[in-house]
Design a protein around this ligand. Structure first.
Ligand code: CA2
Length: 147
């Protein structure tokens, strides 16, 4: 199995650490990327880390991952709750997919309780702050090592 993993981030996550710290904390997306890169190197994973506010870019990265990657970690942000298109793209990917949410979506508004992506995800992490990304990467490495 390929040791290349994609970490994909949906809309508005570029604002992480800059607004609403009471919900999302003070860590910026650049900090998250640095932590993921350090951990990936420890776990001997190759990392592609992306964020976009555009649905089609997330879909295109999932398609790109189909050709090359061993797994995907995705925080689809608001697309979690709206996007059949992101779900369809992930359904065309064969490897493990882990869905990460920084906040505990189940403690928040009712519209955040439903996730299209969870219909495909092999695991979901919510409410562990930005540490959720590291937990998901560790699990992915375990699955890749086992193959
Ligand atoms: O908890 C999460 O990680 C979410 O995926 C974040 C999304 C939200 O729509 C989901 O329901 C849960 C929002 C991402 C926007 O992030 C911001 C960060 C700082 C300031 C403003 C937005």
């Amino acid at each position: 199995m390929s040791r290349l993993v994609y970490v994909l981030n949906g809309p508005n996550l570029n604002l992480l650490g800059k607004r609403q710290p009471h919900i999302y904390g003070h860590t910026t997306l650049a900090d998250v990327e640095a932590e993921c890169r350090a951990l990936a190197s420890e776990l001997k994973l190759e990392l592609r880390f992306h964020q976009s506010n555009r649905e089609y870019e997330i879909i295109d990265w999932v398609h790109e991952a189909r050709e090359t990657a061993g797994g995907i970690v995705i925080n689809p942000a608001a697309f979690t709750h709206t996007s059949v298109a992101v779900l369809d793209a992930l359904n065309a990917f064969d490897g493990p997919v882990f869905e990460v949410h920084i906040s505990n979506v189940h403690k928040r508004e009712a519209f955040r309780h439903h996730s299209y992506v969870s219909l495909r995800a092999d695991g979901v992490i919510a409410g562990f702050g930005t540490q959720g990304y590291s937990l998901a990467l560790r699990r992915l490495a375990t699955l890749i090592d086992e193959k």
